[in-house]
Structures are given as C-alpha cells and as structure tokens.
Design a binder for this molecule. Structure first.
Ligand code: NAD
Length: 297
C-alpha cells in the first residue's frame, strides 16, 4: 500500500535529476506515472534523445505502470494533448508535477534576450501550460458532477524566493511560479484542487553546471535528488488535500515552510493625506529604523 495507490501523475522533466527521482518515488507509492521529458542539454540545447523511456523502463521493472512522453512543456497544444493522452491511457489524472527546466546563468548586464526568453519560457510558461490544461480538465470534471482531488505541485527555488546573483531570468521565473501557485490555489479551491510548490536542493547536472556536486563518500547524501521526492509524493496524495498555497523548502532531511511576501513596517503621512516628496526620505528612514538597510534585509 502506497500513499498514491490508484492515482495518476504527470511529471515534467521526469527523465533526469529531481524529476527522475520524483517519478520513481511516485511509482513506488503506487501511482501510474507519465514521464515527460524533451531531453535537452543543460542550457536547453536540443539533443536527439529523450531520457523518459529509460525511466519508464525502471518503473516497469519494479512492477509499476508508466508512460513516456517527449513533448516540450512550452508547447501549448502539446500540453493539452498530454492531459488528454494521460486520461485516455490511465482513465484519469490526479496530479501534475511541474519540474522541467534548464539554466542560462549570466550577470544581468551580459544576459541576452534569448537567455531571458528561453528560461522564462521553459519554467514559467511551461508551468502555466500544464497547470492550465490540467485545471481545465478538473474544472470540467467537477461541472459534470464528479468529485475531484487534483494536485498541482510546482518547482520554485532559492533563487526565486531569496534571489541569487547571475540568475535574473531563472530567479524571476521561479519567483513568478511561487505566485502562480498561490493564485492557482485561490482559484481552484472550489474545485477540490490544491496547488503547492517545492524548493529543492540537489546535486543534479543542473547544480553541477554551477559548481556543486554530489557527496561521493557513500554516506547519506544531503544533496541526493531523491530527498525531495517523498514531499512531492505526499503533495500529490489525497491526504494532503487540506493544504494549499504553500511553499515547502526541502534541504536534505529537513522540510521547512517558506512564508510569502509580507508587509514588514509602515509609515503614515504627517498630514493624513498623500505623502509629500519632502517627507518620504525621513519617513522611510524612520519606518526602517536608524540604521540604513539594503538588499531587502
Ligand atoms: N538541482 C537543484 O538544486 C535545484 C534547486 C532548485 C530548483 N531546482 C529545479 O528543479 C527542477 C529540476 O532540475 P534538475 O536539477 O533535476 O535539472 P536536470 O537538468 O537534471 O533535469 C531537468 C530535466 O528537464 C528536462 N527539460 C528541459 N526542458 C524541457 C522542456 N522544454 N520540456 C520537457 N522537459 C524539459 C531536461 O531534459 C532534463 O531531463 C528544475 O525546475 C530546477 O529549476 C533544482
């Protein structure tokens, strides 16, 4: 008995790294898994092979059920067709895990338009495309009188939540994904659909591309991609239905809840009407305390 017995889940970018680990854990927990992966290089460059079929092979070898798919998450009709194909093959869809992506890190002043557009497209539009088509499927199901327990699990990151040098494109996309998840949670609550996000840390080829590698000592590895997968599996389960609109950061053996933007302090104008240009500087200084603070502290 697993926490996902009888459930059907699509995982994007499921052929490698975190996505592969999620697919294996979801299958272990009893889900039928659609392993989506376009099979691109670490900067999003084309390759001839999708690794999705290999992961399907691993799942079937352990007695699970899975389907490979090589559609790009940026392909709008392709994501709609993926939802349809999943329902045709497995009879339903219960969760989507938005995980596909790649990096094109550059310092702001050296970042090209293409580096920006490509990273925004794969992370932000890709997350929107599958989320939108899955949510439309669930809304239509509810309207036809059926009960739904849909789950959207999206992938944000420390760069999106706290910022990171060299990642204007990626951090902006990941931050927007956290907000998209929040709005999805608000809009889809009435249909029995939750939306949450995970912020993982793992030694995948993506992390290696910015200089971090796995622990080779044979000891339990804090950066093993599989560390985040039990949290993803639980978020896909029926049991997690009480929780929506949350960001869970998974670092090794620890899961933490990250709060969204909140108002820290305020200054009201002296007149009680609009602030004047003359009082803004002193007002903000007063509001933030005597010491100058920068960088969002
Ligand atoms: N590795 C980390 O520490 C870390 C930290 C925070 C967030 N993340 C996020 O986790 C997710 C997975 O990253 P990873 O480290 O496993 O990277 P990875 O490069 O190992 O895997 C990403 C997979 O996505 C696939 N992919 C890329 N573009 C695609 C597209 N258009 N359509 C379908 N598939 C596509 C790739 O082929 C690849 O197999 C990403 O969203 C990443 O931003 C990773």
């Amino acid at each position: 008995m697993g926490v996902l017995d009888g459930r059907v889940v699509i995982v994007t970018g499921g052929g490698r790294g975190l996505g592969r680990a999620h697919c294996l854990e979801l299958a272990r927990q009893g889900a039928s898994v659609v392993v989506n992966d376009l099979g691109v290089g670490v900067r999003g460059e084309s390759t001839d092979q999708s690794p999705a079929q290999e992961v399907v092979g691993e799942i079937t070898a352990m007695g699970g059920s899975a389907l490979a798919d090589a559609t790009s998450v940026t392909d709008w009709p392709g994501m709609e067709a993926l939802v349809e194909r999943t329902v045709e093959r497995f009879g339903d869809l219960h969760a989507v895990v938005n995980n596909a992506g790649f990096l094109r890190d550059r310092i702001l002043t050296a970042m090209s338009e293409d580096d920006f557009d490509a990273v925004i497209a794969v992370h932000l539009k890709g997350t929107f495309a599958l989320t939108r088509h899955a949510c439309t499927y669930w809304r239509d199901k509810v309207k036809s009188g059926a009960k739904v327990s849909g789950r959207v699990v999206s992938t944000t990151s420390g760069a999106g939540l706290f910022g990171n040098v060299g990642q204007t494109n990626y951090g902006s996309a990941k931050s927007a994904i956290a907000t998209m998840m929040l709005i999805t949670a608000m809009e889809m609550q009435r249909y029995g659909v939750t939306a949450n996000a995970v912020s993982p840390i793992a030694a995948t080829r993506m992390l290696a591309s910015i200089g971090r590698t796995a622990d080779q000592s044979g000891a339990w590895d804090r950066l093993d991609p599989a560390n985040a997968s039990p949290v993803v599996a639980w978020l896909c389960s029926e049991e997690s239905g009480w929780m929506s609109g949350q960001v869970l950061r998974v670092d090794g053996n620890t899961v933490s809840r990250v709060k969204s933007w909140e108002v820290a302090e305020a200054y009201r104008s002296r007149s009680g009407e609009a602030l004047t240009a003359e009082e803004v500087g002193t007002g903000i200084r007063k509001m933030m305390g005597a010491l100058p603070r920068g960088l969002g502290a």
